[in-house]
Design a protein around this ligand. Structure first.
Ligand code: MIC
Ligand code: SF4
Length: 754
């Protein structure tokens, strides 16, 4: 039986009436996104229609998921909320802290030992508060959620940007910072600006070398890393219904890379098949009973231009496999153009390593199709030129693919199987030789490829592709190899072609597993003790941040004016720093060390305005803090893109940065800043970015009448005494202004339980 089946039943019971009310209020047929959102309003049945892209709305998500690297901070905050149990079903997944070095069993043992303190903390907190706990080795959060918890028409939030993966099973699943998760677990409403809607119509059918991954690689090329901001992407059409449920998951997963709030698909047979195959026939039966509510009204898909803010059409019959990269997931190159592009840009074309798996591409179908290529290596007398690794998404998948012989097929091409964890996707790849910083190319089936992300080497050119293409390119050892047209030379000197990949969508014998790695919480956790050692360097209980002093912020110094791309990886790097995710003071030593200083083009080198000396960003900020001087961080467009990690907002808050002023923000990061009591501001006129000088003193004026929709003013006092001022915008609503005043949202919850 599925987890939380009563909750799912209750969601379906109330859906029809709530959708009918929303249809009447909006006076039009509804998209699937609107149906799910309107049936999850905090207020219950809608009493008014919401404006897309404008209204802030309170929602009541059905569940919460957290991964270990973000759960620590989320649960440290939750512990202060004064609740005996979580208010909605919630889970913790141990996946991010496992380093990929030798092979799965060895690496897992090392991780369990090294992270013992953190795992013990997470396991005991989960036990105490009624949270399901997935042990290290159980799998990657999004794969485990898809296999166990996602359900069509549901709404969930998760402390990881790829929570959106659950859209593959027809959910509205959204990535958030830990403070948001904390609110929902504490029984409060969750707020989101009602999203805009992008419709993607898929015509034709996937075939040959093309896979679901290529759909999102293509969409990323069209929309870019910020094109989905503030929008939900809804996929439909014959191309959608004819693809597998896990393929849909892959597409939704990488929706995070275009900044979309989430992506989703209407309920169809592929979802029913997946539910049944993963032991949830009961959920499929319930979903079948409310089928018409789990997809858009027919008028919508018949006339999408009328109901979506933007419509994109992709013909799957004509879609080519793509490779996206290097260094950004939206630089999309169809395989037939790779030779030309690589030459033009000087990308190294020798593929050193092909890596498959991750939360993006770990399905049975993905592995089966990749294995069908690996099989051809021996059959056709070929040799695999590059190294090859697999990180299965879950123990359920790993066990099943081993049973079905795929692991031994990969073994035959010299593959390494890493633990069921994030590993190489999040800088947890102890790749031999990476420290030398050599220029090299890797191809992977993950979702992100920012500099240093996989192995810490800034000169690793990482290209994102489907597992099938990764396997073919690893066999060829060449980035420009186009398996659709090119041949390879075999051991007899003959020219051979790889046959297009094939593989079952779901295991014929069903999924199987010996120990999935789940630990249920105590029925009554009141006696469970949560231990955090005061001397720990991995965990630190949180102290409340100070409330706003009630006046304008005057005499701030510029900590850094960041130039160009500044993702959460630049603000709070993962990899080696993941070990401090539960210790705010220690992790603050990575604050903004990856951001490029506009004035000297260097990373981690900024001027201390008090001494005139240049030094690392964290140390400089600590010096300002010690001197009681507030600072400001300035940035470019889409600042904070990438992950949900709230450390990127908590670190500056902890170290005394008062405001972040940028051309534009990525959604989750902007909310994280607001939640932690920071000022998140945008230039009313982007060109004012150029006015900010290294030695400026900066005043933020107008806070006494801080109000929604009302701009604030920045006054710059330049070193020569001249001044300039300009308007800056913000998106704070009344509630969020209260967070700012209180010094952070948690201070308000805390006050309400006392
Ligand atoms: C990522 O893919 O960048 C991560 C690591 O999963 C993050 C979460 C984190 O930083 O812990 C994400 O995507 O939110
Ligand atoms: Fe883990 Fe990578 Fe997926 Fe993030 S994107 S959850 S790091 S596998």
């Amino acid at each position: 039986m599925a987890f939380d089946i009563e909750m799912i039943k209750a969601v379906y019971d109330r859906m029809p009436a709530r959708i009918a009310a929303a249809r009447a209020l909006t006076g039009k047929p509804l998209t699937l996104t609107e149906k799910i959102l309107y049936s999850h309003l905090w207020e219950g049945t809608a009493t008014s229609a919401y404006a897309r892209g404008a209204s802030y709305v309170d929602f009541a998500p059905d569940r919460v998921a957290m991964q270990d690297a973000t759960a620590q901070m989320a649960l440290l905050q939750f512990m202060q909320a004064g609740r005996p149990q979580v208010a909605v079903p919630s889970t913790v997944h141990c996946d991010h802290l496992i380093e990929a070095k030798v092979a799965s069993t060895t690496d897992l043992k090392v991780a369990v030992d090294k992270n013992k303190e953190v795992y013990d903390f997470l396991s005991s907190v989960s036990d105490k508060y009624g949270i399901g706990f997935w042990k290290p080795g159980a799998g990657i959060i999004h794969q485990v959620v898809l296999e166990n918890y996602a359900f069509p028409g549901g709404m969930m939030i998760g402390t990881d940007s790829h929570t959106v993966n659950a859209g593959g099973l027809g959910m509205i699943a959204i990535g958030v910072g830990g403070a948001d998760a904390c609110d929902v677990m504490a029984g409060l409403a969750w707020e989101l600006k009602f999203p805009k809607l992008i419709g993607v119509k898929l015509t034709g059918k996937l075939n040959g070398w093309t896979s679901a991954k290529d759909v999102i690689l293509k969409v990323a090329g069209i929309l870019t890393v910020k094109g989905g901001t503030g929008a939900v992407v809804e996929y439909f059409g014959e191309g959608a219904t004819s693809m597998s449920c896990t393929g849909k998951g892959t597409i939704c997963n990488m929706g995070a890379e275009i900044g979309a709030t989430t992506s989703t698909f209407g309920y169809d047979d592929s979802m029913a098949r997946y539910l049944e195959s993963t032991g949830r026939a009961d959920v499929a039966a319930l979903a079948n009973g409310v089928k018409e509510h789990l997809t858009a009204d027919p008028e919508v898909y018949a006339n999408p231009e009328k109901y979506f803010d933007q419509v994109i059409e992709i013909d799957l019959n004509a879609l080519e496999p793509h490779l996206n990269g290097p260094f950004t997931p939206d630089l999309a190159t169809p395989i037939s153009k790779m030779k030309e592009m690589a030459e033009k840009n000087g990308w190294p074309t020798k593929v050193e390593v092909g890596l498959i798996g991750s939360c993006t591409n770990s399905s049975y179908e993905d592995i089966a199709r990749a294995a069908s290529l690996a099989k051809q290596v021996a059959a056709k007398g070929l040799k695999t030129k590059a190294q090859f690794t697999i990180t299965p998404g879950s123990e359920l998948v790993r066990y099943t693919i081993e049973r079905d012989g795929f692991i031994s097929t990969f073994d035959s091409i010299g593959a390494t199987v890493f633990s069921n964890a994030c590993g190489p996707c999040i800088g947890q790849w102890a790749r031999p030789g990476a420290e030398k910083g050599e220029k090299n190319t890797i191809v992977h089936s993950f979702n992100r490829n920012f500099a240093k992300r996989a192995d810490g080497n800034p000169n690793t050119f990482a290209f994102v592709a489907s597992p099938e293409m990764v396997t073919a390119l690893a066999i060829a050892g060449d980035l420009t190899f186009n398996p659709l047209t090119d041949t390879l030379t075999n051991d007899k000197g003959e020219q051979v072609k790889l046959d297009a990949p094939t593989g079952d969508e779901l295991p014929k014998l069903g999924f199987d597993v010996e120990d999935a790695g789940y630990q249920a919480p105590a029925a009554d956790g009141s006696a469970v003790q949560v231990k955090v050692s005061p001397t720990s360097d991995r965990l630190q209980l949180l102290d409340p941040f100070a409330a706003w002093e009630g006046s304008d912020l005057k005499g701030l110094k510029l900590l850094i004016k960041a130039k160009g791309k500044c993702t959460t990886d630049h603000i709070s790097m993962a990899g080696p720093w993941l070990k401090f995710r539960g210790h705010l003071d220690n992790i603050s030593n990575n604050m903004l060390i990856g951001a490029v200083n506009f004035f000297n083009e260097k990373t981690d080198n900024v001027k201390n305005a008090l001494t005139g000396e240049y030094g690392p960003v964290p140390a400089t900020q600590r010096a300002y803090k010690a001197a009681g001087v507030g600072t400001i961080v300035v940035g470019d467009t889409n600042y904070g893109e990438g992950s949900s990690r709230e450390h990127a907002a908590m670190e500056p808050r902890h170290l005394g940065v008062r405001a972040v002023l940028v051309k534009s923000f990525a959604r989750i990061h902007e909310t994280n800043l607001k939640k932690q009591g920071m000022l998140a501001l945008t230039f009313a006129n982007e060109a004012d970015y150029d006015k900010i000088q290294e030695d400026d003193s900066i005043n933020i004026v107008g806070l006494g009448s801080f109000a929604p929709e009302k701009s604030l003013t920045i006054e710059l006092v330049h070193a020569d005494g001249s001044t300039e001022s300009f308007a800056v915008n913000h998106t704070y609503n009344e509630q969020q202004i209260e967070w700012f005043k209180a010094g952070g949202a948690l201070n308000i919850i805390r006050a309400s339980v006392k």
